[in-house]
Design a protein around this ligand. Structure first.
Ligand SMILES: Nc1ncnc2c1ncn2[C@@H]1O[C@H](COP(=O)(O)OP(=O)(O)OP(=O)(O)O)[C@@H](O)[C@H]1O
Ligand SMILES: [Mg+2]
Length: 149
């Protein structure tokens, strides 16, 4: 199932992240796609806060993976740099683990991801407006279904 909707303010990005957080489960994988500055890290930060992650969640671009602890283990990845170096199989321990994984630029490693993940594509419309396309099947379908758009 897929839905497209518009977010007009950071507050709505926060509400959207809250909806996802209420449906979080061990082993959840969320793929984020969208241009530089579209709001992938911003979404991840709001999600982390709703999952009671403590500490500052900042962009993992240079480290690829950052590990946090909240209601679940929280794995924040930015796989942009793997475009050149190829997949790092150590990431399997996390992606196929029992935490919540959030993967910025996930299409770069899509061949290595579980067949069912929650896919979120963000497109900048103007300074504060974003178009969001959310897609999920299997255990993720309910998340898309119950989203007000
Ligand atoms: N509705 C919105 N949702 C998300 N971000 C927004 C929104 N409105 C404005 N912004 C701003 O857009 C910027 C998004 O930057 P962010 O680092 O989250 O992008 P990114 O997609 O992670 O980029 P990168 O590809 O470089 O990692 C932030 O400065 C954020 O405050
Ligand atoms: Mg980012």
């Amino acid at each position: 199932m897929e839905k497209t909707f518009y977010i007009r303010h950071l507050d709505e990005t926060n509400q959207f992240a809250f909806h996802i957080a209420t449906h979080a489960f061990p082993g959840m994988v969320i793929g984020l796609h969208g241009d530089l500055g579209s709001g992938k890290t911003t979404f991840a930060q709001f999600l982390a806060a709703h999952l009671h992650v403590t500490g500052i969640v900042n962009s993992p671009t240079f480290t690829i993976l950052k590990i946090y602890q909240g209601d679940f283990a929280f794995y924040h990845m930015d796989v942009y740099r793997l475009e050149d170096s190829g997949y790092d199989f150590e990431l399997d321990d996390y992606i196929y683990g029992s935490g919540v994984s959030v993967i910025e630029w996930y299409p770069i490693i899509s061949a290595y991801l579980p067949t069912s993940i929650l896919e979120i594509t963000i497109t900048r419309v103007d300074d504060s407006t974003r178009e969001v396309v959310i897609k999920g099947s299997g255990e993720y379908e309910i998340i898309v279904q119950t989203l007000d758009s």
